[in-house]
Design a protein around this ligand. Structure first.
Ligand code: IMP
Length: 421
């Protein structure tokens, strides 16, 4: 495949960054297409650790063209901090992407503080309010942001409205001069990279370049198809690539769905297979299940194939990449959810209503675990028999072939089963 999207199939944090970084070695172009600095993963390059939140995963490789496409919301301050750590890079930022400003962050916090029972547990990065402004047509796009007079006038007008809103919510208002003077400097930093990235990307495709689209979050956090309202404000599906990058839908050749060998979730919202025993803590520590962006401990659950089939249906998954398989070593019995019980009925779908979803009880199959350390295996055949059975069962239940599995954080611990890109 020459144009592949990597998507998370669960609630984010599936290890997409690691898989993207691995596949990016043979990519010409890497494109981030949604979300903002609510995302996060760590990439190790030349012995140095980089935490990436906004920048595409190809940024550390000077041979790769990196695009931040129109579907993103970009926090200029976070961008300036992240880019300062990278030395040589090729970057293109869409003139149609939207800017996250301090009032978005303050509003995000204020809305969350006021919600009593239905806190979403957002990352407090201003993502929801920034996308809301985009939809309400009162957002500031990159093209306006880098024209100082335009940015000045748009910001002045908008801050009058936003400050009224902040005050009415009991928050402090923000000083226009302080925000403008700080952010106009970030605009100068961003300006050299700004272009029409749809135009650029379509030219790369005409030149037959290999393009990797990098999803952030996961399908279950999709604004439309996720566990609403406990979702993010963009669509992390493969289906959202065309509109969020400005390419024709039929130019995308396939989707690689990344799933952990178990489930995790941060923030609020139901996870049917959540493990409440001490085992959750054991997995959390072994898998280092703490958020890269917020440091919050992730909730842990058994693998849920109802969720994976949902992701396959609404997003499209050509292949699966299974991460963190090594974390399951040493657990005697492993469970995989195959359906839910909802009020006495067996169902094979994720209910749209959060109250219905809350009442779902998973039906499990049980598989024997393995005790061997698998962090050094180099092929599927080298895995203990029970680990092979676990992967094969997963693949059969979702009806998607596994192309990659991973047994540790290093690039070398990523095992390619099929050559897909
Ligand atoms: P927001 O995207 O900050 O508005 O947060 C909305 C929900 O999505 C919260 O439950 C967050 O914890 C979750 N979320 C956002 N980004 C990520 C991510 O990159 N990984 C996992 N969860 C995320």
């Amino acid at each position: 495949m020459k144009r592949l999207v990597v998507v998370g199939t669960q609630w984010g944090d599936e290890g997409k960054g690691k898989i993207t970084d691995y596949l990016a070695q043979s990519a010409d172009v890497v494109v981030r297409y949604q979300g903002g600095n609510n995302a996060g993963h760590t990439v190790v390059f030349d012995g140095n650790k980089y935490s990436l939140h906004l920048l595409p995963s190809g940024i550390l490789n000077p041979k790769i063209e990196n695009i931040m496409a129109n579907g993103m919301v970009i926090n200029p301050k976070a961008f300036s901090e992240e880019i300062a750590k990278v030395k040589r890079f090729n970057l293109h930022i869409s003139n149609r992407a939207h800017i996250v400003l301090p009032y978005h962050i303050e509003l995000d916090k204020a809305y969350e503080a006021l919600k009593e029972d239905v806190k979403i547990g957002t990352t407090h990065k201003g993502i929801g309010p920034a996308y809301a402004d985009k939809s309400s047509r009162i957002g500031i796009r990159v093209s306006s942001f880098i024209q100082e007079h335009k940015f000045h006038d748009e910001l002045k007008h908008l801050m009058e409205i936003k400050n009224k809103e902040l005050k009415s919510l009991g928050s402090e208002s923000l000083d226009f001069d302080v925000v403008f003077n700080e952010y106009k400097e970030y605009a100068k930093l961003i300006a050299p990279y700004v272009k029409d990235t749809s135009y650029l990307l379509n030219n790369y495709i005409k030149e037959d370049k290999k393009v990797l689209f990098e999803g952030a979050q996961g399908v279950m956090l999709c604004l439309d198809h996720g566990t609403y309202p406990y979702v993010t404000s963009s669509s992390p599906t493969a289906a959202s690539v065309p509109v969020n990058t400005g390419i024709a839908p039929w130019l995308l050749e396939g989707a690689l769905g990344v799933t952990k060998a178990y489930s995790t979730r941060v923030g609020e919202g139901f996870m049917p297979t959540e493990i409440k025993s001490e085992l959750a803590n054991q997995i959390r520590i072994k898998g280092n299940e703490f958020g890269t962006t917020t440091g919050r401990p992730r909730r842990i659950g058994w693998l849920d194939t109802v969720v994976l089939r949902h992701s396959k249906r609404v997003s499209g998954l050509s292949y699966l990449a299974v991460t963190l398989l090594d974390v399951l070593s040493g657990i005697d019995e492993l469970k995989i959810a195959i359906s839910y019980d909802l009020d006495g009925q067996t169902i094979d779908y994720v209910p749209s209503d959060s109250d219905d979803f809350n009442r779902c009880k998973p039906n499990y199959i049980k598989l024997k675990g393995w005790s061997e350390d698998i962090t050094q295996v180099k092929s599927f055949e080298e895995l203990p028999k029970n680990a092979q059975i676990y992967l094969n069962t997963l693949s059969e239940l979702v009806d998607v072939d596994i192309a990659i599995f991973s047994v540790g954080p290093d690039r070398k611990q990523t095992i390619r089963v099929k050559d897909i890109f």
